[in-house]
Write a protein that binds this ligand. Sequence first.
Ligand code: NAP
Ligand code: MG
Length: 483
Amino acid sequence: MGIQVKPGKILINNEWTESLSGKRFDVINPATEEKLTDCAEGDKKDIERAVLAARRAFESGAWKKMSARERGRILNRAAQLLEKHRHEIAELETLNNGKPISETLHVDLPLAIETFEYYSGLADKIHGETIPVNGPFLNYTLREPAGVVGQIIPWNFPLLMAAWKLGPALATGCTVVLKPAEQTPLSALRLGELLIEAGLPAGVLNIVTGFGPTAGAALAQHMDVDKVAFTGSTGVGKMVMKMASETNLKRVSLELGGKAPNIIFADSDLDAAVNGALRGIFFNQGEVCCAGSRLFVEKSVHDEFLSKLKTKAEKLVVGNPLDPKTQMGAQVSEEQFKKILSYVEQGKKEGAKVITGGTPAQNKGYFIKPTVLEGVTNQMTVAREEIFGPVVCALSFTNTEDLIHQANDTIYGLSAGIWTRDIGKAHRFAKEVKAGTVWINCYNQFDAASPFGGFKQSGFGRELGEHALELYTQVKSVWVSLD
Ligand code: NAP
Ligand code: MG
């Protein structure tokens, strides 16, 4: 295996160290169920060290007072280094996460690179405003970095989530302690190496690998962390918010789960919609927070649509993630694999019919067949809870008045899709649906410049685009007497 996993150590102050406890944990390849490597298991004490390093780096001014253009150049060099090592990092990500190499190479890597490019360009365009106030005063605002930032990320897009978090935080002049998911720490460590090579001063980025309830919680609770940005489950997101509020009231932003409606009207281009539904749920093995997991199909085309969807789902190539022809790889872990299969059973119990899939795809590795559940109602567990796997729940509708109510009848609000040739209907839906992203006649489109985030229990705060700068800056109002 040609992967270069640097020592699997913790990064503090631009140095790679073991955890203070000396403990390590195994990192598994979900496609083979075999151990890939191991990593330092950081805990509260290591978070202490990392936050101290980040605080010193922030207060020293080595980063925030560096010219913004120079900060941008460093981020741009990081993008170039990612590009240079694209193949190696894609392979590393595939080995660790189980997702197909065609996706890591053509989706995760390009989007991560773009994210650094985008924020490298924005670094020197962050500024305040002058405000016409009453009286003989000059009033202006300064947009200052939030300070020391804690970032906790999930395992479904390990490198990309690190990029979404680090790009804007570093561009604004914040310093960071990053905790990757325990299942997938490797690409974030490699990214850390590249950022150092790109010229990041010591202490600006610290990476503590380890577990959520220990390292993650210590970061969310830390009295000297100014802001915590979290991506993961809604349950843990609520805990992070509680920990922040019970300690120093650090600012919080949350990117949480989803249960997106993807709505197919009879007047849509049906073949395009089938492909969109397929991409909407089976991309990244369904381990996507904005997956189109509730598929509402208009009754008059329901049977034809599902039959086409079934045929295409059965043609998807599931298997060895390193094979360039593979379209769906392994679920990230045994836990996730079992959870998904138990949701399928729950669906059957509540009256849904499995028209394809629903079982493991191979004897070894955490592979699940692309699964379509028919006859789902919005009240079933499978329609209410996030499955986070390659399982689409098909619901049929006739009454379009009731449709928006059903689409919004969920605790989540991350994304939504609609397929129709009627532009009025599409834009009305875009306005009425409670979701942070709406895709019309497309699905799962992303761009570093376009904001992403949730309504309702899918969280708050917007990542990507200029909006993400708000997460990592604070505004200061300055008054000057002109008398
Ligand atoms: P999770 O437990 O919420 O994990 C996410 C991150 O939080 C991991 O780094 C995890 O560390 C950490 N964590 C866990 N417990 C913690 C605690 N008590 N305090 C602080 N940090 C803690 O998520 P999961 O169950 O592994 O992943 C699946 C879920 O993530 C899905 O349900 C999906 O909704 C959500 N997700 C959402 C998005 C989004 O963009 N909105 C993206 C991806 C995933 P460990 O890995 O060490 O436990
Ligand atoms: Mg977890």
